[in-house]
Ligand binder design. Structure first.
Ligand SMILES: O=P(O)(O)OP(=O)(O)OP(=O)(O)OC[C@H]1O[C@@H](n2cnc3c(O)ncnc32)[C@H](O)[C@@H]1O
Ligand SMILES: [Mg+2]
Length: 172
């Protein structure tokens, strides 16, 4: 079995590798076919689905995994949101979302002006490449939960649902 992840961003690829230590896992650049900065749960999920479907076509019999980060409005507030999708070799599709935290007003303001969260976070935290390291979730949780750990949980939810289905099918 091979797993193709629709990104070369390390927190995403490592989140999959850490969940499947005995499987060949590799990341490829694919298009999410949504905006660079998804602005709702629906759009973020759609990006993850598009990435996973593209990856599932990469190698015969492989599993595709798409992980997408975005933000979602709740009333006046803006929350960080993340979605993951696993598409298996039979096109069975499993979805899961990640933990969400409230973004501070000054970060939300920049996003409403059209900036991408990755860029906003670098300026806010006075760091470089936050999106490829601890992530916004890492910054705002004092690095108790970083972007890899957050995506690890999403992938665990995908893996668990996939395995549940495999067991159900085996018992039929
Ligand atoms: O290379 P890819 O896989 O595209 O990785 P990415 O970091 O760009 O991640 P997404 O496209 O899934 O995220 C959409 C946008 O939101 C940003 N983003 C999402 N979650 C983030 C986080 O935890 N920390 C910093 N930026 C984040 C990201 O940089 C993009 O601008
Ligand atoms: Mg991106």
């Amino acid at each position: 079995m091979k797993i193709v992840v629709g990104s070369t961003n390390l927190p995403k690829v490592n989140a999959v590798k850490n969940n499947f230590p005995d499987v060949e896992v590799f990341g490829v650049e694919v298009s999410s076919k949504v905006s660079a900065q998804p602005f709702s749960d629906e759009e973020t999920l759609e990006g993850a689905i598009n990435r996973a479907r593209e990856c599932a076509k990469h190698t015969k019999g492989c599993i595709g995994i798409g992980l997408e980060g975005g933000v979602t409005e709740m009333g006046e507030d803006l929350y960080l949101c993340n979605w993951g999708v696993l598409v298996d070799h039979n096109e069975n599709t499993y979805t899961a979302s990640g933990a969400r935290i409230l973004l501070p007003d000054e970060v939300a303001e920049q996003l409403h002006k059209g900036q991408e969260l990755g860029d906003v976070m670098d300026a806010y935290a006075k760091r470089t490449g936050v999106r490829s390291k601890e992530g916004a979730i890492g910054i705002f949780t004092n690095e108790l939960v970083n972007r890899t750990a957050m995506f690890e949980h999403v992938v665990q939810l995908l893996k668990g649902q996939y395995e549940y289905d495999q067991v159900q099918k085996g018992e039929q």
